[in-house]
Design a protein around this ligand. Structure first.
Ligand code: CA
Length: 248
């Protein structure tokens, strides 16, 4: 065990003993980052915030820990020795591990954020980042929880393909804006389930939420205009006083 790992473990123990008898669920975060100073600083910061943290310094160890441990979120750097962050994320998703992943991207633009999201990451953060922003992103991801994304989401004859970002009904392609797509994708992950406005705001707008919850209703209207009205269907539904759902 390296001295660093030992220090992290010691801190981890002290953090989990701070519960003072209260029943608390400690959130567990895996930090996969090969820059040791950065990883250590982030780990110490998160521990101070009450998180339970494990650190991996290369892709293979990160993958192994992500598979074996139950984490509420994973911070995953892209450029890692052994196996890069894209491959780690893709492998986890292929193995049906849907722990929320916050991908760390370099500022030079060498690595594309869109590519990170395509491999199944849930959000990304550009380095260098402030710890406050990191905490906010992690909290949002953990609140949202694991989002299982099968290859193509199907609601009756409506198909939503998260990897290609395509939507069609039967053989007719439907063009959606990125925001409309993410909204439909969120609803289509669980057909029949009613999503509250707040859940949809968290999933679709996140930190970009403009502050007016009516925007959900507006976008639901845009969706209906595209996926229902031309086809005479009623897939996107309002459940009065509760929220929205899609049904076949
Ligand atoms: Ca790196």
């Amino acid at each position: 065990m390296s001295p660093l790992r030992y220090a992290e473990d010691a801190l981890r123990l002290s953090a989990s003993s701070q519960v003072n008898g209260a029943i608390l669920t400690t959130m567990r975060v895996l930090v996969v980052e090969d820059e040791v100073d950065l990883a250590t600083a982030v780990a110490h910061g998160l521990i101070a915030e009450g998180y339970d943290v494990e650190v991996a310094h290369d892709g293979e160890e990160g993958l192994w820990r992500a598979r074996e441990g139950q984490f509420d979120a994973i911070m995953l750097d892209i450029l890692l020795p052994g196996m890069n962050g894209y491959r780690v994320c893709r492998t986890l998703r292929d193995e049906d591990v849907w722990t929320p992943v916050l991908m760390l991207t370099a500022k030079d633009g060498e690595y594309d954020e869109a590519e990170g999201l395509d491999t199944g990451a849930d959000d990304y953060l550009t380095k260098p980042f402030s710890f406050v922003v990191l905490l906010a992103r992690l909290r949002a991801l953990i609140r949202r929880g694991a989002v299982v994304r099968p290859p193509v989401l199907v609601v009756g004859d409506l198909e939503v393909d998260p990897s290609s970002r395509e939507c069609r009904r039967g053989s007719t392609d439907i063009h959606l804006t990125p925001r409309e797509f993410v909204l439909l994708e969120a609803l289509a992950t669980q057909p029949g389930r009613v999503f509250t406005k707040q859940e949809l705001i968290d999933r679709v707008w996140g930190l970009e939420f403009p502050g007016n919850a009516n925007i959900v209703e507006v976008y639901i209207g845009y969706l209906r205009k595209k996926v229902d009205r031309p086809f005479g269907t009623d897939t996107v539904q309002t459940v009065r006083g509760v929220g929205y759902r899609v049904v076949a």
